[in-house]
Design a protein around this ligand. Structure first.
Ligand code: SAM
Length: 306
């Protein structure tokens, strides 16, 4: 019998689905557990089991996670792991993992390591050959993208725009010609400025503001950057937002023109627009569909040949 011919229960019984459904946690492993971004029903069954069976839960905000654990009736010990203690706490958690503990990492909401603490701890685990197991669930970025109505085939996650003027400008210039759908996170009090900057740097285009996803006041506002700016002149932005922005409609000739340049000329095109060399190399790599290392190597070769 092929997998296609089997019922869900038969596949599960056969071990093809839910292989780990009742498997005990493995000691010395870091589990990255996604938690709900608003609706508690989005906590997965596996996530609950991992939180219940772990030796230790490392949480961005222990008070907030304690609320979730209370709701779930889970009594696993908690420790904090957040941006400003990640060096000290990272070393402590690695020690626990080396001693054989199964550690679950959670952020305040959604998926750890996505605009949340975790990236550094996972990097350390990878460096030390400590197994890392994802326990997937809610992520605001993907929830917004899939309901936006904008192309999902290729997209880039841009996270929060920096508040530092130069980094913000470099970022905006770097994505000016990105033809793929882009996803941003933003806090309500910074939304107006971000919408204005996006329009000024990238031009007017479609945007979907995914607000309060999975919460009571969930809303998908499908508009343009100018439309969104006008909307928030009349009302105060409220709640949590993901911005899903249409990619650049690059005219084919313009795109071909850029790719007909030599790599060095292509880099110069961006530095003339105000990007620093690193950001320009990144933009060239994105335009040409090659890695930054390849851009660097090609530029070096061109320089040597000159
Ligand atoms: N790790 C999280 C995830 O997986 O989505 C993201 C954490 S990041 C610190 C918080 C940002 O995510 C918010 O400022 C907002 O842009 C977005 N966000 C989180 N929950 C959301 C929700 N329910 N609705 C809309 N945006 C949300």
């Amino acid at each position: 019998m092929t997998t296609e011919e089997m019922t869900y229960e038969e596949q599960a019984f056969d071990g093809q689905l839910c292989q780990s459904a009742e498997k005990p946690l493995t000691g010395g492993t870091l589990y990255l557990v996604a938690t709900p971004i608003g609706n508690l029903e989005d906590m997965t069954l596996r996530g609950i089991r991992v939180l219940r069976d772990a030796d230790l839960i490392a949480a961005e905000d222990t008070r907030r996670t304690a609320g979730l654990l209370n709701h779930l009736g889970i009594k696993t010990p908690l420790t904090s792991y957040f941006q400003h203690n990640e060096k000290i706490k990272g070393a402590f958690i690695i020690e626990k993992l080396k001693e054989g503990a199964a550690v679950a990492l959670v952020s305040d909401a959604g998926t750890p390591a996505i605009s949340d603490p975790g990236e550094e701890l996972v990097r350390l685990c990878a460096e030390k050959n400590i197994p890392v197991v994802p326990v997937p669930g809610a992520t605001a970025a993907i929830s917004a993208l899939i309901s936006s109505g904008l192309p999902t085939g290729r997209f880039s996650f841009e996270g929060f725009l920096s508040v530092n003027k130069k980094s913000r400008r470099d970022h905006l210039l770097e994505i000016q010609h990105n033809p793929h759908t882009m996803i941003f996170y933003e806090a309500p009090h910074k939304l107006r400025r971000t919408l204005r900057d996006l329009r000024d740097f990238l031009g007017d285009r479609k945007i979907v503001l995914a607000r309060e996803i999975t919460k009571i006041h969930e809303e998908m506002i499908r508009t343009t950057l100018s439309g969104a700016i006008a909307l928030y002149e009349k009302q105060e932005p409220k709640g949590e937002y993901v911005l899903v922005l249409e990619g650049a409609q690059v005219a084919e000739e313009e795109f071909n023109d850029l790719n007909n340049l030599s790599v060095l000329e292509h880099i110069n095109h961006y530095t003339a627009m105000g990007l620093d060399v690193k950001a320009a190399q990144k933009a060239v790599a994105a335009d040409r569909g090659i890695s930054k290392r390849e851009v660097y190597a090609a530029a070096l070769l061109e320089k040597e040949e000159k």
